[in-house]
Write a protein that binds this ligand. Structure first.
Ligand SMILES: C[S@@+](CC[C@H](N)C(=O)[O-])C[C@H]1O[C@@H](n2cnc3c(N)ncnc32)[C@H](O)[C@@H]1O
Length: 264
């Protein structure tokens, strides 16, 4: 599975060039208001496909009763932090969990996390122990306190999450080729913030249509505010997908979202 020689090279290259790739560092917590999207889309009993990111999104949807939560990410570091969080969740109190998260961003020696790593799948254990010396959880600004679970959420996470969540190692462009089921919710984080070609936004949305149930939603882009060209791009895209979906903007609590609901 892993070419151990290459993964450290892949990590170093991604850090030096500052782009997302197979081994680019993960975020310790999300910086998106996924909690409000969960309140809006009510995932209980629904099938969800979501960007892994820091793991917070998949775990939040699962904690709120989603029947299936599959996640995808271009970087294996995203899977590693999600597995570490699920493992930590089984044995830690909320305060211990928060202290653990706050220690991760600057962590590059992982022996002290042996108990948590031992609770991860074999491949993740192999990956993390091989990456000693690398800050594989250092993307972004560190812990966003708004993203941390409150006691009620932590209780729901512990009640509903007992084993590693399914992961698809893929970039968004080729994701549809790896999907085998239909979802009610597809959450794409802010990956399109880095997309320069609006044609590719529409190509990707059309490629995901067969994997979205009618009435289902794609959270296309989460951000603090859309820049003018992004608004222009989504208005243009809305016209391109109107035969099967309604692409609309939602604003709340200082956050902005583009949603696409499949109507046929
Ligand atoms: C875009 S980043 C930004 C962080 C995000 N705002 C959050 O709160 O988690 C989120 C995740 O998307 C992943 N990612 C970035 N570009 C991607 C792509 N083209 N395909 C798949 N995953 C991608 C990154 O590895 C990262 O884990």
């Amino acid at each position: 599975m892993f070419d151990l020689n290459n993964i450290r090279l892949g990590y170093t290259d991604a850090v030096e060039k500052g782009y997302f790739a197979e081994y680019s560092p993960a975020y310790v917590t999300t910086n998106e208001d996924i909690k409000s999207v969960v309140r809006y889309l009510k995932p209980s009993g629904k099938r969800v496909l979501i960007t892994t990111g820091s793991g917070d999104g998949p775990m939040l949807f699962r904690a709120n009763g989603a029947s299936d939560v599959d996640s995808f990410d271009i970087s294996f570091c995203a899977k590693a932090i999600m597995d570490m969080k699920v493992s930590a969740l089984q044995n830690m109190s909320l305060n211990q969990y928060i202290t653990f998260l706050k220690s991760l961003r600057n962590a590059n020696q992982f022996d002290k996390y042996a108990d948590t790593i031992n609770g991860c799948p074999m491949l993740t254990r192999q990956f993390i122990t091989h990456m000693n010396g690398c800050n594989i959880f250092s993307n972004g600004q560190g812990v966003d306190d708004c993203a941390l679970p409150n006691p009620e959420e932590y209780t729901k996470m512990r009640k509903n999450i007992h084993s590693p969540l399914p992961f698809i190692w893929s970039d968004l462009d080729s994701l549809s080729g790896k999907l085998t089921k239909k979802y009610d919710i597809i959450y794409l984080s802010n990956i399109f913030q880095y997309e320069k070609d609006r044609n590719n936004i529409v190509r990707v949305l059309n490629s995901l249509r067969p994997y979205l149930n009618v009435g289902g939603h794609i959270m296309v882009h989460a951000t603090w505010y859309f820049r003018n060209f992004e608004t222009d791009n989504y208005m243009w895209a809305a016209d391109k997908v109107k035969s099967w979906g309604r692409l609309y903007k939602m604003v709340n609590d200082g956050n902005q979202y583009a949603f696409l609901q499949r109507i046929r």
